[in-house]
Design a protein around this ligand. Structure first.
Ligand SMILES: [Zn+2]
Length: 669
């Protein structure tokens, strides 16, 4: 107790500006179940490093996520607001600029801010988490689309060791002053493919292997922090964004349901100087409380819009109430309700969204068929009491509605900008993205209870992974089964059609994709899928009208423009082909592919003079590539400039002889 009082005094001194405020380190472990943590009672021995940290920290035995999806949950962690307030309910919904945001708040108080994330789903530049880079001096993401034959871990994911290595480089060269560093480790997310030695050691439980691997990465990070002398005085908060169902309640992964397997998460917070080390808190807390806790621990005022509550009062209960500034009395924490929701069933499948309230001994879930569990005797939520305890169910339903209403934003929800390109990327990660702006669902869709359909979601995820791994033969029967079960859902048609295209079985692809368009005549994405298939099959005349619909809908997406330009040129519509290239160059003036294509079309259509500038620019952009020079040679031949033509031809030949130069690298495709 005396030590805690000393800490409070020290903290107060820091608040007064006498010393530099503590550094803040936020570590989010994606998809990590609470029950795999040694410090929460797991006997599996997966987390020696986190267990060491936990002994020097305050451990929250009952911490809950507010939403079982990566970007929405991180939005809650970093804004201290509920999903119904920040409204980042899905990938690609922009994080509103006026929300309180950890890096921006801390930067305004002199902090250097840096983020190191492990997945494309948190990459603002890839449109998955737009707005997440606000307030960060450095946002280390840099993911890209995976092309056939490429490794997942060098395209849209990074292993924990690599994320940590990037963070350590930054820390080693960090600018002066206090810092806020966020490290996000994506390893435990499906697919469970830990690197060696974890792969062999946990061959029968690869998810556990991923946890053990993530723990080792955290261990490397923390030991370097100690070596830098940055560990002791930092605030270090470690948590999972959500858990993983692993088959419980019929769910394979996460996102659909709100039971403990995906909502109960690990949470430990280490205070400067190890204050309150080893303390365990049984009161129910939420990830929404993390930001205000961090801010209060470093003496930064908590913005009014923040909806979570600082847990510092529980962690250091000796602090005088007068000093607490909004800190909840420890006693009231023992039964603080915890709210969670997911819109993913609706957005991905047009089923009902789910909402949950944990309060008292109960878990209440609002669904078309609502559920009630007594967690004190039924921790696995196996015995639904809603029919036998109607009064309790009704009371909790009313409490949930009132809480949601009180904590909602009231603003119109921002629209997501899901385009087919981004949908493809999401599907590869195991998510189904639908266009939230589309108005497909009628009232009847909203009545569908995800409990009745969970197998559809599992099958869809599995099929998506198989398609992404180019295991089309295995994916096809699953997709056919999905179409039988859900004949109106667009995604299985898209996946089946594109699988057939990838196998070059165009006669099978076309009827599937025509059915997709028939089901979704207003969806540009459906037309694009059909257009891309016709393009691949070489039926350029038929592809053109389908691709035209797509470019009109998504004028800034480059790929359809280039496809359309090529298709036009193949059917002798050179002028329109050049126009499409120009549209790409308006968006991306240095797009090598567009410049080259424009030059080629102009040469082929006997406009050599016009081709020169595009081709010269392409040659300057990629001096190692022979193609622009070959086309320049052709253009000069047409112009009768023999010397220039010979020079370009020689240049192209020289470049062709450079080993490996004839095969284009993936980045050039
Ligand atoms: Zn996640």
């Amino acid at each position: 107790m005396v030590r805690q009082l000393v800490f409070v005094v020290c903290l107060a001194t820091a608040l007064a500006g006498a010393a530099e405020p503590p550094n803040v380190i936020l570590i989010t472990l994606d998809t990590v179940r609470a029950d795999r943590m040694g410090f929460l009672g797991s006997k599996r021995g997966l987390t020696p490093n986190l267990d060491t940290l936990a002994r020097q920290s305050v451990v929250f035995n009952r911490a809950y996520s507010q939403v079982p999806l990566t970007a929405p949950s991180h939005a809650t962690i970093l804004t201290g607001t509920y999903p119904q307030f920040h409204q980042m309910s899905d990938f690609q919904v922009p994080l509103a600029q006026d929300l309180p945001y950890a890096p921006e708040i801390l930067r305004a108080h002199g902090y250097r801010t840096a983020a190191f994330v492990g997945s494309i789903v948190l990459d603002p530049k890839q449109r998955f988490a737009p707005g997440f880079d606000r307030g960060f001096d450095t946002y280390d993401a840099g993911f890209r689309t995976r092309h056939p034959g490429e490794d997942r871990y060098h395209t849209w994911e990074r292993r924990g060791d690599e994320v940590v290595a990037h963070a350590l480089v930054w820390l080693n060269q960090r600018p002066k002053g206090p810092f806020f560093v966020w490290v996000h480790l994506y390893d435990a997310h499906y697919p469970y493919e830990p690197p060696e030695p974890y792969k062999s050691k946990y061959a029968s439980a690869p998810y556990d292997g991923e946890i053990a691997y993530a723990d080792s990465a955290v261990g490397k990070f923390l030991s370097q922090l100690r070596a830098f002398g940055l560990y002791d005085n930092a605030v270090i908060a470690v948590m999972a964004d959500h858990g993983e169902a692993l088959g419980e309640h019929g769910e394979d992964t996460h996102g659909i349901f709100l039971y403990d397997e995906t909502i109960h998460v690990p949470l430990v917070i280490k205070l400067p100087g190890g204050s309150s080390a080893g303390k365990r808190i049984d009161g129910r807390v939420g990830l929404v409380d993390v930001l205000p806790t961090i801010l209060q621990a470093v003496g930064v005022a908590v913005p009014q819009e923040v909806q979570g509550e600082s847990l510092l009062g529980m962690m250091t209960p000796r602090r005088a109430t007068a000093e607490n500034g909004g800190t909840v009395d420890p006693e009231t924490f023992l039964d603080r309700p915890s709210y969670a929701e997911t819109d993913y069933p609706h957005r991905a499948y047009h089923w009902s969204s789910l909402r949950a309230l944990r309060t008292g001994k109960y878990l209440y879930i609002k669904a078309p068929r609502q559920e009630l569990y007594d967690q004190s005797v039924d921790p696995n939520a196996e015995h639904d009491l809603s029919a036998s305890s109607k009064a309790v169910t009704g009371t909790l339903a009313a409490q949930l509605d009132a809480f949601r209403q009180k904590t909602s934003n009231g603003k119109e929800a921002p629209k997501s900008a899901v385009d087919p390109e981004a949908q493809e990327k999401l599907a590869a990660l195991g998510y189904v993205a639908t266009d939230s702006n589309a108005s497909r669902p009628g009232a009847k869709d909203l009545d569908v209870d995800p409990k009745d359909k969970i197998e559809i979601s599992n099958l869809t995820n599995l099929a998506n992974f198989l398609v992404e791994d180019e295991r089309y033969r295995e994916a096809v029967p699953l997709l056919q089964q999905l179409i039988v079960q859900e004949p109106d859902a667009p995604v299985p048609y898209t996946k089946l059609g594109t699988s057939y295209v990838a196998m070059r079985e165009f006669d099978k692809a076309m009827p599937v994709l025509r059915k997709l368009v028939e089901l979704n005549p207003d969806s540009a994405g459906s037309h694009f899928q059909l257009g891309a298939a016709l393009f691949a099959a070489g039926d350029f005349a038929a592809a053109v009208p389908e691709l035209e619909i797509m470019v009109e809908k998504s004028p800034r997406w480059i790929q359809p423009h280039l496809m359309l330009a090529t298709a036009y040129s193949k059917i002798d519509r050179a002028r329109e082909a050049v126009t499409e290239c120009e549209k790409v160059l308006e968006v991306a003036p240095n797009h090598y592919g567009a410049l080259l294509l424009e030059g080629r079309i102009l040469v082929l259509s006997k406009h050599p003079e016009a081709a020169l500038s595009s081709l010269e620019k392409a040659a300057a952009l990629r001096p190692e590539r022979p193609e622009p020079h070959m086309l320049l040679a052709d253009a000069y031949v047409q112009l009768g400039r023999k010397t220039d033509a010979a020079r370009e031809r020689d240049g192209a030949k020289r470049l062709e002889q450079v080993p490996g130069n004839l095969k284009q690298s993936p980045a050039q495709r």
